[in-house]
Design a protein around this ligand. Structure first.
Ligand code: SAM
Length: 285
């Protein structure tokens, strides 16, 4: 049988492969290699520089957990900023909340937005055209250093700390994000898979600690981000949002429900319970 496979080589000693039904798009826009293909098991898969960014099959886990956990924990998010997120999935989840008045999407690569709008329309589900959406094509580091805006929520939906996404893991960027938050604002980010990328947890903690009162992590199981649970970073000037009880979260979810496939208030609370091997990556103060 003549099968075609895509092989992701993110780690030196471990690879994962996806059977390709057909390749839909391949380009290099000068910034990144963009490839889209269809698979039997995960639907459409977008890769940038050979690394999986999003699959239509399991993106809901990642996007729901990075959007709804901070929004229900905060309780009154009106203004949000997504850094990266060119596929539009994060916008889609944030915009499900009627309280949200504006979301700024700061994406470095215009081609990703255009391409996902065209070839992965179910991911953004119209979010790019929502009147509350503002799209800024810029480097997130530069944007956050220069903007005078303040946000209740910043979601860093970035590539891994290699290539253009590297700057979004620096202390300078985290410091600028802290300045751009409202009083009880929250920053969340994708922080890699600790079993394989443990140093990302340690580095993020050390780089954020000087700039936020509350720094932590929570976990989600995203099938295509192999290696076990994924770490999602959390930082806020206030410990109040992370400390909200499950009863409070459930009451907010009931009062302003959104349709989800992964998120529940119970999962929200449980996600902050870290396995010992992850706790061991967080330096003690
Ligand atoms: N869920 C994904 C993951 O963890 O694999 C992330 C997906 S999202 C498509 C990542 C986006 O971050 C890409 O569209 C990429 O162009 C964007 N990006 C990378 N570096 C950036 C930067 N410095 N500023 C803004 N956007 C950036």
């Amino acid at each position: 049988m003549n099968e075609e496979w895509f092989r992701e080589e993110l780690y030196p000693h471990w690879r994962q492969s996806f059977q390709i039904t057909r390749e839909l798009y391949r380009a290099n826009d000068g910034l990144q290699d963009i490839v889209l293909f269809e698979t039997p098991g995960f639907g459409r898969v977008l890769t940038l520089d050979g690394v999986i960014q999003v699959t239509t099959g399991d993106e809901f886990v990642y996007h729901e957990m990075l959007a709804h956990v901070p929004i229900y924990a905060h309780g009154a998010v009106k203004s949000a900023c997504v850094v990266g997120g060119g596929d539009g999935g994060m916008l889609r989840e944030i915009l499900k909340h009627a309280s949200v008045e504006q979301v700024v999407l700061v994406e470095i690569d215009a081609a990703v937005v255009e391409f996902c709008r065209q070839h992965m329309p179910t991911v953004s589900a119209g979010a790019f055209d929502d009147p509350r959406t503002e799209i800024v094509i810029a480097d997130g580091l530069k944007y956050m250093a220069e903007t005078t805006r303040r946000f209740d929520l910043i979601v860093i939906d970035s590539t891994d700390p290699i290539g253009p996404g590297g700057v979004l893991f620096t202390e300078q960027f985290y410091k600028d994000c802290a300045r751009c938050l409202t009083a009880e604002g929250i920053v969340v980010n994708q922080n890699g898979v600790p079993f394989l990328q443990g140093e990302e947890v340690t580095d993020t903690y050390l780089r954020r600690r000087p700039h936020y009162a509350d720094v932590g992590f929570y976990m989600a199981a995203v099938p295509t981000y192999v290696g076990g649970l994924m770490a999602l970073g959390w930082a806020s000037a206030s410990s109040r949002p992370r400390g909200e009880t499950v009863e409070t979260i459930a009451a907010r979810f009931q009062a302003a429900p959104v349709t989800t496939r992964y998120y529940t208030p119970e999962i929200h609370k449980a996600a902050f319970a870290l396995p010992q091997y992850v706790q061991a990556l967080i330096p003690r103060d």
